[in-house]
Design a protein around this ligand. Structure first.
Ligand SMILES: C[S@@+](CC[C@H](N)C(=O)[O-])C[C@H]1O[C@@H](n2cnc3c(N)ncnc32)[C@H](O)[C@@H]1O
Length: 221
């Protein structure tokens, strides 16, 4: 993994400015949250991106287009749902995407390679955090993003206490990129519901067993 690439919110916001025009051109109107993932991960040029939680494949399609040289391994739990069929149809022409079914908590640790970027949008909350911690423990990911970390949520408070270098998608530094969403949804900002990503930079800030112990004490074995 290149050591000189900074994964701090200031560095990402600066890179994001430079990448915005290129991103618009590639995918047209998409949301600012995926743009944050793109801006954060793009300089690492990951060979592989692991996605957990595909649903109808909207995020998967953005990953496939933004990272054409990467293999996108997308894992979805629900095989029988209408969403699964919709995602398969949507992603049929994406040659760099593998659509897997199963529990990503079992599949992702097996498929993780050095330098991979990870996006978790299901499971949620502390189950997602536990998966992220298990992946980061290996020292392999260049970044792990998890969706749905709104202010004051228990999972966010846990990250704020234990991951000093983590940052969140609702940071004022990233607000200007919400113009991407206005093109898709002209309602004023407060009416849009952002899931809000947390970005966990590589390596655990605290020994693994301490983090796991704290999760267990919270009732998340
Ligand atoms: C919010 S949706 C994903 C939306 C998608 N990322 C997008 O932007 O279009 C969450 C998905 O995660 C899936 N999911 C939940 N737990 C999972 C697990 N343990 N492994 C794989 N997928 C899971 C759910 O079935 C659901 O389809």
């Amino acid at each position: 993994m290149p050591e000189q690439i900074l994964l701090t919110k200031t560095a990402v916001a600066e890179r994001a400015d430079a990448l915005l025009a290129q991103y618009r051109e590639m995918i047209g109107i998409w949301e600012s949250e995926m743009f944050l993932f793109y801006a954060a991960v793009n300089p690492f040029a990951p060979k592989q991106i692991l996605e957990s939680g595909r649903a109808r494949g909207k995020s998967t399609l953005i990953l496939a287009r933004c990272f054409p040289d990467a293999r996108v391994i997308s894992v979805e739990y629900e095989r029988q749902s209408e969403n699964a069929a919709a995602a398969e149809a949507k992603l049929k022409s994406c040659k760099n995407v593998d659509l897997l079914y199963g529990d990503s908590r079992e599949i992702l640790p097996q498929g993780l390679r050095n330098g991979d970027a990870v996006l978790i949008d299901g499971p949620k909350d502390f189950r997602a955090l536990k998966l992220a911690i298990d992946l980061l423990r290996t020292g392999k990911p260049c970044a792990v993003f998890i969706h749905d970390f709104p202010p004051n949520s228990p999972q966010r408070k846990f990250v704020e206490r234990n991951f000093p270098s983590a940052f969140f998608g609702d940071d004022p530094l990233f607000k200007r990129f919400q113009s991407l969403d206005s093109e898709r949804d002209p309602r004023p900002n407060p009416q849009r519901r952002y899931g809000i990503f947390v970005c966990l930079p590589p390596r655990l800030p605290t020994p693994y067993f301490l983090l796991r112990l704290q999760l267990m004490l919270r009732g998340n074995p």
